[in-house]
Design a binder for this molecule. Structure first.
Ligand SMILES: CC(C)(COP(=O)(O)OP(=O)(O)OC[C@H]1O[C@@H](n2cnc3c(N)ncnc32)[C@H](O)[C@@H]1OP(=O)(O)O)[C@@H](O)C(=O)NCCC(=O)NCCS
Length: 170
């Protein structure tokens, strides 16, 4: 049975391995480590998918700022990883769904993600530019998506989402 729970200190090496294996490169695993060592890390929102104590997947939500005339706090979902032999078994879906529930419980309002719209649309993410939101990353318009966790959180919110420098290194 799959158990989705916040990471513990003794799981960091295993998370590094799962993320490296999922992406087939080390950059996203290093991103996890950089976020963990930054003030943007929220321990309750670094979640692992466990089966019999083994880490099969990981999702991370970290603090980010939307620059409008005011600074609006939001969360960035990144990265999401499932170990290759366990992909396409619904683990990624459960990590996103449980993760978004935790974000709501912790009273967050907005989540942004960079990824494949075919995957993230099913969770309610929409193209961010429809809401006047743009990202500081050099990515295609349709790959930058947003989800509001509270009604009207995105209303009249034109602005730029400033990804911290460590995201440029991925
Ligand atoms: C993307 C990923 C997290 C999905 O996790 P998963 O447990 O395999 O996914 P699930 O079993 O919950 O969902 C499977 C669905 O996602 C789709 N899917 C899987 N990977 C996808 C991808 N990279 N892009 C688009 N769709 C994808 C499948 O086609 C399937 O769709 P269906 O339900 O319509 O058939 C996982 O495949 C992974 O770790 N990939 C490598 C790393 C990566 O690309 N992470 C995403 C960064 S944005």
């Amino acid at each position: 049975m799959l158990n989705i729970t916040p990471e513990t200190d003794n799981q960091t090496a295993k998370i590094h391995q799962v993320v490296t294996d999922a992406f087939g490169q080390i950059q996203e695993a290093e991103l996890v480590d950089k976020i963990r060592n930054s003030p943007n890390f929220i321990p309750e929102l670094s979640l692992v998918a466990l089966e019999n104590g083994d880490v099969l997947g990981h999702i991370l939500f970290s603090r980010i700022v939307i620059e409008t005339p005011k600074k609006i706090p939001a969360l960035a979902l990144a990265p999401l990883a499932v170990t290759p032999i366990h992909q396409r078994q619904g683990i990624g879906t459960q990590l996103v769904q449980v993760g978004l529930s935790r974000c709501r419980e912790l009273n967050h309002s907005i989540v942004v993600v960079v990824g494949d719209p075919r995957y993230y649309r099913r969770f309610g993410f929409q193209k961010a530019s429809q809401f006047g939101l743009h990202s500081s990353l050099p990515i295609p318009d349709e790959a930058f998506m947003v989800l509001e966790l509270k009604p009207s959180a995105l209303m009249n919110l034109n602005g730029n989402v400033c990804y911290p420098a460590y995201f440029n290194e991925v």
